[in-house]
Design a protein around this ligand. Structure first.
Ligand SMILES: Cc1cc2nc3c(=O)[nH]c(=O)nc-3n(C[C@H](O)[C@H](O)[C@H](O)COP(=O)(O)OP(=O)(O)OC[C@H]3O[C@@H](n4cnc5c(N)ncnc54)[C@H](O)[C@@H]3O)c2cc1C
Length: 428
């Protein structure tokens, strides 16, 4: 249940008078998606007055039909969401991932006998991650935002343009008013218009693939096992949800995906079942289906004076390993830590030297993960015999070489060095 749906900006801003059409705050977030909302909470926790704008109405963003995806939340992200007062709001609806099975195959042929088994007990006692349905996560984030006095959530309000001056970034809003902040953060998604208007360029490409997402119900329990099944047109991921349900991310070439999305329920269900196989008994698609065109986009710069980029606006990656949002959460945690420390030292939080600390912290991790996912997708999304041989040899090698296998498992679980404090257990 979303609280504060009607909590529009007029009530909050302490700098406003009845006749003003302007407002001010410490930090303005442009885009209130999953990353924007997590960032707002992380910054408010550091004591900043945060204003978050989203162009879409809140009731659309929390509608059941808006976002059908489920996110594999890594251990560090879970710790962060707990510290931000979000995790306890969704914990009951989540499902831990205890094992991951990776295999290579063809539609209707079943998985190849060569497969990789990642067992979480090899790298610790915690599960690899926890599956959270985005509809629950989004509602929990907005509820936590509404409960925080330091955050003003304004939606629907579109930021039309931003001017960067001495001491302030000025946001011009579609209702004719403007808002001033010491720092603007672009969380407005892939190839951010805010970033591009500030002269930031992007490198990237279309994968020629679409991710079809739906939920299925199956006869037998999944036992917390996630499956990554590599088919010639892309990975087919089966992600365990609460109950006898799984979330599917079925990656296909754009033309096949368009045809699949156009099938009636029976035809679509049959195509899903052909790929899913019979290992969990009968499989039924429940609820609607969604499709997402897949692309890579990497911003050349994460920062400019009084502007910084977080989440997909900085890096849009292939969902092959379910890392996109986890990377964005790391950005939010790192930015909040850098800005909190800078502010306590009396530094200007919009200064380029301060913002570059954040960029140095996050860019390498994001870029290497994005390119790693790119290579993995190229290697597996085809039916070329020599490449099939290489990847089957790779699967066999990772399966046999313990340290290599454990390295992959730590990556999947987000157990990596250099995590911000709010993502580490007992750090603060
Ligand atoms: C099929 C698929 C599966 C995935 N699975 C996983 C997974 O398992 N694990 C994982 O970690 N990640 C996963 N991801 C990635 C993850 O979903 C994204 O990284 C994340 O949703 C991006 O969130 P965001 O808030 O950065 O951007 P967006 O969701 O794009 O939000 C941007 C927001 O900005 C607003 N906006 C835009 N312009 C303006 C403006 N001018 N003024 C005001 N508001 C504006 C928009 O309305 C929108 O709400 C997956 C992605 C896909 C496609």
């Amino acid at each position: 249940m979303i609280r504060g749906l009607s909590r529009i900006w007029t009530g909050w801003n302490r700098h406003m008078t009845d006749t003003d059409t302007s407002s001010t705050g410490d930090i303005a977030i442009i885009g209130g998606g999953l990353n924007g909302a997590a960032l707002a909470l992380a910054l408010a926790r550091e004591g900043f007055a945060v204003t978050m704008f989203d162009a879409a109405p809140l009731d659309i963003l929390v509608d059941e039909g808006f976002d059908g995806r489920a996110t594999a939340i890594a251990a560090g992200s879970r710790t962060m969401l707990r510290s931000l007062g979000v995790w306890e709001r969704i914990e009951d609806t989540t499902e831990p991932i205890s094992d991951i099975l990776v295999s290579d195959g063809r539609v209707s042929e079943g998985a190849s006998p060569l497969f990789l088994h990642f067992d979480h007990k090899e790298v610790g006692t915690e599960p690899f991650g926890t599956l959270a349905e985005n509809r629950h996560l989004r509602t929990a984030l907005y509820d936590a935002v509404a409960d925080h006095d330091g955050i003003d959530h304004r939606a629907p309000v579109k930021v039309m343009r931003v001017e960067y001056g001495t001491g302030w970034a000025t946001l011009h809003l579609d209702d004719g008013s403007y808002h001033r902040a010491r720092l603007a953060v672009a969380c407005d998604g892939r190839r951010s218009r805010t970033a591009q208007a500030a002269g930031i360029r992007y490198t990237g490409w279309d994968y020629g693939q679409t991710g079809i997402v739906c939920t299925v119900e199956h006869e037998r329990p999944h036992q917390g096992i996630a499956h990554e099944y590599f088919l010639p047109s892309g990975p087919f991921a089966i992600l365990p949800l609460k109950g006898n349900r799984s979330s599917l991310v079925w990656t296909e070439r754009h033309d096949i995906a368009t045809a699949a999305m156009g099938l009636d329920d029976a035809g679509f269900g049959a195509e899903v079942a052909r790929r899913f196989g019979a290992f969990l008994g009968d499989v039924q698609v429940i609820g609607p289906r969604w499709s997402y065109p897949l692309s890579l986009s990497l911003a050349h710069d994460y920062v400019k004076p009084r502007l910084t980029l977080v989440g997909d606006s900085a890096h849009g990656v292939h969902p092959i390993a379910g890392q996109g949002l986890n990377l964005g959460f790391k950005d939010s945690a790192a930015l909040a830590e850098v800005l909190g420390e800078a502010d306590r030292r009396g530094e200007d939080i919009g200064d380029l030297n301060v913002l570059r600390r954040y960029e140095r912290w996050r860019r390498f991790d994001n870029t290497s993960m994005a390119l790693g996912m790119d290579v993995l997708n190229r290697l597996f999304s085809n039916d070329v015999a020599p490449l099939r041989l290489v990847r089957d040899m790779g699967i066999a090698a990772v399966g046999k070489i313990g340290p290599l296998r454990r390295m992959f498992m730590r990556q999947a679980a987000g157990i990596t060095p250099g995590l911000p404090k709010v993502m580490r257990e007992n750090a603060r």
